[in-house]
Design a protein around this ligand. Structure first.
Ligand code: ADP
Length: 484
């Protein structure tokens, strides 16, 4: 078996020890490109999660009071270890998740960049001395780690989503119990191995795989877990928000999206196509910031569709580990069925398939990158996340109509627009109800800027200086009785 540079860990990291499930049961992890078994991971539940929380709570006492320079030093070592192991980590990621190797390498690199960013950013997490109303007082505002953090991550970015949570948590002085998605647990477990290798103390980082319901339930029920950070579906996010009420936990939620991509008549067509391809087909359309709805103005519509068709047909579909592959398999059969159902729904309501539209000849969960025109607001993908390689193109006439349609969803994560009209750019910034807006670009994520949604796409930010705030409590101390 390929050990991926010794980073394929088939046990869980709890209190500094690699352990199996109490009852010895395991979960199979398959390569979605081949269906071949990659290995197993422990099928842990409530008991093991409680142990992990205890270990994290115990470790918190020292870690939260450790020298900031010590934590920063470890984070820099972790950053370097990630880059030193970029190739085996990327291969492992592709093997369990399916994305093309080039994208997997990019994910490892941005994960490392998040670690370095938060190592730098925590050095600027300043408090305040607030002017006091009376001369005998001094008012101080100070910042402190929130405590044990529960981090639940999805299968589409199993490495970088963990980075965005581990980075700020560890920098701030929090300890972590992480639960990777069952389809892609190895990338998260590899983080555990690297954390251990570079010298993070026992119990600071714990990684538990297994039943989402049982592990999630134990994390949510524990009064010792003071914050939960989750990336996943809006449906599960809502469950976790409800469960957080009993112990009044802080929560950050990165939930679903339904991104509009608006192309105005004055757009640079080459740039719009380049952005469309990146924002639509990255990770086979399986990202929460992937374009869900293309709105294209009447004057440029036909030209845009023709170019999008050509570019979509040129995509090389295959096993992500093969050179030149641009589209891997989808994660599972359920994902494929959802896309098929959306295409059937749309064509029954009058949409026209320009290219693709069905399962790929490669079989398994490979799907043909698809473009469809004549999309209308009563079609399923107008309101639901596609999460697959399907471009749905709507036509519009005037700016106001595009903005209204773009906002007609309960989601508010990412939106994109192509235009060269500077006044319109600021109208879009004012009026689009989205947490991330890309103007003349299809790729906005960067460690320096806050990533996070509005409306039912979530709460809290990851990245940017804001990404650290969620892991810090603010205390105010009033020192009175001083000489005036
Ligand atoms: P997706 O699978 O589309 O990424 P999910 O919200 O189903 O979105 O899963 C995201 C993460 O949440 C995964 O790690 C999954 O195992 C976990 N999860 C699913 N259900 C629960 C639950 N009830 N409690 C806690 N975590 C859950």
């Amino acid at each position: 078996m390929n050990s991926f540079g010794g980073l394929l860990q088939t046990s869980n990291l709890i209190g500094g020890k690699w352990r199996d499930a109490n009852d010895g049961t395991t979960i199979d992890v398959l390569n979605p490109a081949s269906g071949v078994l990659l290995g197993t991971v422990p099928n842990c539940g409530e008991g093991e999660t409680r142990l992990a929380i205890e270990a994290a709570a115990e470790a918190f006492a020292d870690w939260s009071r450790s020298n900031m320079s010590f934590r920063v030093g470890l984070l820099h070592k972790l950053h370097d270890a990630l880059l030193d192991n970029c190739e085996p980590l990327a291969q492992l990621l592709t093997a369990e998740q399916g994305k093309p190797l080039a994208e997997a390498r990019g994910e490892i690199a941005i994960g490392a960049a998040y670690i370095r960013w938060f190592a730098e950013e925590v050095r600027r997490a300043k408090g305040e001395i607030v002017p006091a109303p009376t001369a005998d007082r001094r008012l101080m505002v100070t910042r402190h780690p929130v405590g044990v953090v529960g981090a639940i991550t999805p299968w589409n970015f199993p490495s970088s989503m963990l980075a965005r949570k581990l980075g700020p948590a560890l920098a701030a002085g929090c300890t972590v119990v992480a639960k990777p998605a069952s389809a892609t647990p190895y990338s998260g477990l590899a983080w555990g191995k690297l954390c251990q290798d570079v010298g993070f103390p026992e119990g600071v980082v714990n990684i538990v795989t297994g039943s989402a319901h049982a592990i999630g339930g134990a994390i949510m029920a524990s009064p010792d877990v003071r914050k939960v950070t989750f990336t996943g579906s809006t449906e599960i996010g809502k469950v976790l928000i409800r469960q957080s009420a009993d112990s009044v936990k802080k929560v950050s939620m990165e939930l679903g999206g339904n991104a509009p991509f608006i192309v105005f008549d004055d757009a640079d067509l080459d740039a719009a196509i380049e952005g469309a391809m990146i924002s639509k087909y990255r990770n086979m359309g399986q990202t929460c910031v992937c374009t869900n709805r293309f709105y294209v103005q009447a004057g440029i519509h036909d030209k845009f569709v023709a170019r999008l068709k050509d570019a979509t047909e040129a995509l090389k579909v295959g096993d992500g580990s093969e050179d030149g592959t641009q589209q891997g398999p989808m994660i599972d059969e359920a994902g494929v069925k959802k896309v098929e159902a959306m295409i059937a729904d749309a064509t029954a309501k009058g949409a026209h398939i320009v290219t693709g539209g069905k399962r790929h000849a490669k079989g398994g969960t490979f799907f043909e990158p698809t473009v469809l025109t004549g999309a209308t607001s009563d079609m399923q993908f107008a309101t639901e996340e596609i999460f697959g390689p399907l471009s749905a193109v709507f036509r519009f006439e005037v700016e106001d109509a595009a903005i209204t349609a773009a906002n007609a969803t309960e989601f508010g994560l990412a939106a994109y627009a192509y235009t060269r009209d500077i006044g319109r750019v600021f109208r879009l910034n004012d009026q689009l109800e989205y947490g991330l807006i890309g103007i003349n670009t299809g790729l906005v994520t960067t460690v320096e800027a806050p990533f996070g949604g509005l409306k039912e796409s979530g709460m809290g930010k990851e990245g940017g200086s804001q990404g650290l705030d969620d892991y810090l409590e603010t205390k105010y101390m009033c020192v009175a009785g001083l000489d005036g």
